[in-house]
Design a protein around this ligand. Structure first.
Ligand code: ATP
Ligand code: MG
Length: 259
């Protein structure tokens, strides 16, 4: 399953007398099967817009987005989205939240229970099966949101700064958790982050964007060995990749490369 964005532009036209905003300008990008693509760029460069277009929640003003050759015309079960704030249903239990997509698909109750328990075990929350979201910490809630997205076996998982609101320690364990899960699944991931270190740790490829209008400045393959764990951040190889990426992804006040 591949995702292609061909010459994609997006102009928002606010209602009233506001000026049109060109959020994305001629974006061309391919995400291959089981590839982990990390997108970095300053605020307002169109990262969330690009995810919304791939998810089908918004339509581009020009260009074409396709998943496995089929043009995206709206949301579909093949694409799952995870947001910065885990939008769980507060009135449902943890198990019911995770089961939500499977129920919509009409999966039998027995299969749902089996798969929900497998995922709850994987995310370490089996004991919280019957708890409500408000009883969980932010990191626990985000694990539930990730399980809810992955349980339907999407071909592509779109993640918009999913760990951005977590403290450093929880964030590290969530990164390890995501790498472990991704290792066992076939899905491709498009992961938006402000944090270049996080992008290097997770990504097979990093896409660096520029703002006003949103364009792709650079793409870099990250050839660090897999499987990876957050502990590699202390290695010399990682440090040299980080130095290199810091140069490639520095933003001056004009939004262009500092060099
Ligand atoms: N629904 C909308 N209506 C009008 N303008 C919008 C809308 N969504 C985004 N924009 C504009 O498009 C541009 C890109 O926004 P977007 O949210 O995609 O950026 P981003 O890279 O995700 O930023 P951040 O890192 O702050 O999340 C911004 O100038 C923003 O104001
Ligand atoms: Mg955003």
């Amino acid at each position: 399953m591949t995702v292609t964005c061909e010459d994609v532009s997006m102009v928002y036209r606010p209602s009233g007398r506001g000026q049109a905003i060109q959020a994305l300008d001629h974006i061309t990008l391919t995400v291959r099967e089981h590839e982990f693509v990390a997108i970095v760029g300053p605020s307002g460069c169109g990262k969330s817009t690009l995810l919304k277009l791939i998810s089908g929640f918004e339509r581009p003003t020009a260009g074409k987005i396709s998943v496995n050759g089929e043009v995206v015309t709206g949301p579909g079960a093949d694409r799952a989205m995870v947001f910065q704030h885990p939008a769980l249903y507060p009135w449902l239990t943890v198990a019911e939240n995770v089961a939500f997509g499977l129920k919509l698909k009409g999966v039998s109750r027995r299969d749902i229970n089996r798969r929900v328990d497998y995922f709850l075990e994987r995310i370490g929350l089996l004991a919280f099966r019957e708890a409500r979201p408000y009883e969980l910490s932010g990191g626990m809630q985000q694990r539930v949101a990730i399980a809810r997205a992955l349980i339907v076996e999407p071909s592509i998982v779109l993640m918009d700064e999913p760990f951005g609101a977590l403290d450093a320690q929880t964030r590290g364990s969530m990164q390890d958790f995501l790498l472990e899960l991704w290792n066992d699944m076939k899905a491709a991931v498009v992961f938006v982050t402000h944090d270049v270190t996080e992008a290097i740790l997770l990504g097979d490829r990093i896409v660096v964007m520029d703002p006003h209008p949103g364009t792709i400045r650079h793409q870099e393959m990250i050839s660090l060995d897999r499987p990876r764990q957050t502990s590699i951040e202390f290695s010399d190889t990682f440090a040299s990749v980080r130095r290199h990426m810091a140069e490639l992804s520095s933003w001056s006040t004009t939004g262009k490369s500092a060099s």
